[in-house]
Design a protein around this ligand. Structure first.
Ligand SMILES: Nc1ncnc2c1ncn2[C@@H]1O[C@H](COP(=O)(O)OP(=O)(O)OP(=O)(O)O)[C@@H](O)[C@H]1O
Length: 266
């Protein structure tokens, strides 16, 4: 499979501090790829670099074979490299249905259509229903988005992001703050969302990563420490040392909370 997203020597310093250092990342088209690592490893900075929220100090980024190292963030998003919540704000007073429809309008450059008649907006209705169905939100369509329980709100955010038709979907800790039931629901949504597209996710919950992800890149202190499938990286002594903590080789640890992680690599 070809690589849809690649970096070469990607680096970012903040006042001389190396937050991301010489990262070579290759994300295969159609895969679910995880970026993991201890707190402060550089995962969020990597995401910010990839989505062009911040400039690289050195290195290159290629998306679909095109150099995007200096491409503006909005153009990168329009090319199909989209981070959840990037453009897709959820409006609490609007209904769940209206939120998804608005995201579709934006995608097609019709964001001012909100004042148009229901008939003019009806062209978006079918796709809106499909997206709500995919996100398991059909029963919530008429509810105000602000009234949704936490897990459903995250599902709505995913639906509004999918309305933008991303080729590569970047998810920043999609399971953060979720209980077991919501995690199971979110995992199946992500698996479904990954059909026909590529997903790159930062996730602290290692059991989720083990279940969902084809490939894992482990960062530590801004550098790539290891890469491979879960079985490979979880056995790597450098990963065990830096991330899982001493004496946990080969064990799958559950990291639902930040405190869980902090305890394991301190
Ligand atoms: N704007 C900034 N200015 C200065 N230092 C920064 C800035 N952004 C990030 N850093 C530093 O870069 C390092 C990497 O941070 P980053 O947020 O990318 O790590 P992370 O792996 O996402 O961590 P976490 O799991 O805690 O979210 C940290 O030491 C952080 O303090």
């Amino acid at each position: 499979m070809p690589h849809i997203l690649e970096t070469q020597g990607l680096s970012r310093t903040f006042n001389g501090f190396h937050a991301v250092s010489n990262v070579n990342l290759s994300v295969q088209e159609g895969s679910i790829h995880a970026l993991i690592g201890p707190n402060g490893a550089g995962k969020t900075t990597c995401f910010n670099l990839l989505t062009r929220f911040i400039d690289a100090t050195a290195g290159r980024i290629r998306f679909q074979g095109q150099d995007i190292t200096r491409t503006p963030a909005d153009a990168v998003a329009r090319m199909g490299l989209v981070r959840s919540f990037q453009i897709s704000a959820v409006f609490g007073q609007l209904s769940v249905f209206e939120n998804v429809r608005l995201a579709l309008q934006r995608r097609r450059g019709h964001s001012m259509d909100w004042w148009r008649s229901d008939r003019a907006l009806a062209v978006y209705d079918e796709r809106t229903r499909e997206l709500l169905d995919e996100a398991g939100l059909s029963a919530w369509a008429g509810h105000a988005a602000g009234e949704l329980p936490y897990g459903r709100k995250r599902a709505l955010e995913l639906a509004t992001t999918l309305a933008l038709e991303p080729r590569v979907l970047l998810l920043d800790e999609p399971m953060a703050g979720m209980g077991a039931e919501d995690i199971a629901h979110a995992a199946s949504l992500i698996r479904q969302a990954a059909r026909g597209r590529t997903v790159l996710m930062v996730e602290h919950n290692l059991s989720v990563v083990a279940d969902l992800c084809d490939r894992i890149t482990v960062l530590a202190r801004g550098e790539v420490l290891a890469e491979g499938d879960y079985a490979t990286v979880s056995r790597d002594p450098r990963v065990v040392e830096a991330y899982l903590g001493h004496g946990h080789a080969g064990q799958r640890k559950h990291h639902n909370t930040r405190s869980g992680e902090e305890a394991s690599h301190g």
